[in-house]
Design a protein around this ligand. Structure first.
Ligand SMILES: [Zn+2]
Ligand SMILES: [Zn+2]
Length: 340
């Protein structure tokens, strides 16, 4: 089982997941770049795929053919069995890695490129995220849920088949706690959601708005990494899993629109996508005061980031990102992409 460690000097958590990679040679660059490109050996559509345990499944209309499946991760970061044990080790804290780590196989087709995604596939992915979170949320040991998707080798996707991940963990990560604290402070002073205020301002200026539809808006954040796009519901909502089934195709439409813009503008880049939702509060210990107005102050979003710059130690150590393109310029480039 993995172990979550907290270091008070860094004010951050790390996960020691030593069973995921056992051999020293697994760490070499060559092995890290081995991509499963052959469909017959693909764990999600190859000969062994039928043996996968299905947690959740969606079929093509009026057939028994699957379109989207959720399966356990073969190498999970967190495991579902056991109690959450917290221990102090001198100044350090450690928690055993209780949680869940599921793989969402977005599609039955092999080959993972941004412009290959249909709106239906992305809709199914977001439906799977919603219903898996709604199921796992009943487990009160789980304090935070994150949906992530990596496409392309530079984002760390080693299997060339459309897939995503849902991770549930027994802590609220420090970065999310910081966002909650800022949002809560704004709400305490003004009785308004900070994100709703920012969205109204962005909508008024329009300098960083890439696209929108009835319920969602896609914009390049004022301070962001190169070509980063965040998608927000235009209405206030703290928890992704409360999205209505009717709104999901609209969200998928906007995500697909940005995928295609990236593909055309940046020539099939690797990208990462994450859902930033609020932690659930029902039936959880709420010893953290900043959770008190979370439903009114936190606003969920989707973060999309192309991986086009190299690892920078300056950025890692300082938390200050270097962006070679002004967000307003990124927005202009993305808006000017002609989608046929
Ligand atoms: Zn495959
Ligand atoms: Zn809001």
């Amino acid at each position: 089982m993995s172990e979550i460690r907290y270091d008070p000097l860094k004010n951050s958590y790390s996960v020691v997941a030593s069973e995921r990679r056992r051999r020293l040679e697994d760490f070499t660059l060559q092995n890290n770049n081995d991509i499963h490109d052959d469909a017959s050996f693909c764990p999600f559509c190859g000969d062994d795929a039928a043996k996968l345990y299905e947690i959740y499944r969606m079929n093509e209309e009026n057939t028994s053919n699957w379109t989207t499946k959720v399966v356990p991760n073969k190498y999970p970061l967190f495991g579902i069995k056991g109690n959450v044990d917290r221990a102090g080790k001198g100044y350090y804290d450690c928690i055993n890695g209780i949680g869940a780590h599921e793989i969402i196989i977005d599609s039955n087709r092999h080959g993972d490129i941004l412009s290959g995604y249909t709106q239906k596939e992305i809709t199914n992915l977001f439906i799977a995220y919603k219903y898996r979170i709604l199921d796992l949320i009943n487990d009160t040991r789980l304090k935070y849920f994150i949906g992530i998707k990596n496409i392309g080798i530079r984002a760390g996707a080693l299997i060339n088949h459309p897939h995503s991940q849902l991770i549930a963990m027994p802590i609220v990560p420090q970065k999310i706690q910081d966002i909650i604290a800022i949002a809560s402070e704004h709400y305490s002073k003004k009785c308004r959601c900070l994100t709703c205020d920012i969205l109204e301002q962005e909508y008024r200026t329009g300098d960083r708005v890439v696209n929108e539809n009835h319920d969602f808006i896609a914009l390049v954040p004022y301070s962001s990494s190169a070509f980063e796009v965040n998608i927000y519901p235009k209405y206030h909502s703290a928890s992704y899993e409360h999205i209505s089934d009717n709104a999901i195709p609209q969200l998928a439409e906007l995500v697909r629109d940005i995928f295609i813009r990236y593909d055309i503008l940046l020539d099939t880049p690797s990208i990462s996508m994450a859902i930033r939702t609020s932690p659930p509060t029902a039936n959880r210990e709420s010893d953290n005061i900043t959770f008190k107005n979370i439903d009114k102050s936190y606003h969920w979003s989707i973060e999309l980031k192309p991986i086009i710059t190299h690892y920078s130690v300056f950025e890692k150590v300082t938390g200050v990102e270097i962006n070679p393109v002004a967000p307003e310029e990124s927005c202009r480039y993305l808006k000017e992409v002609v989608i046929i």
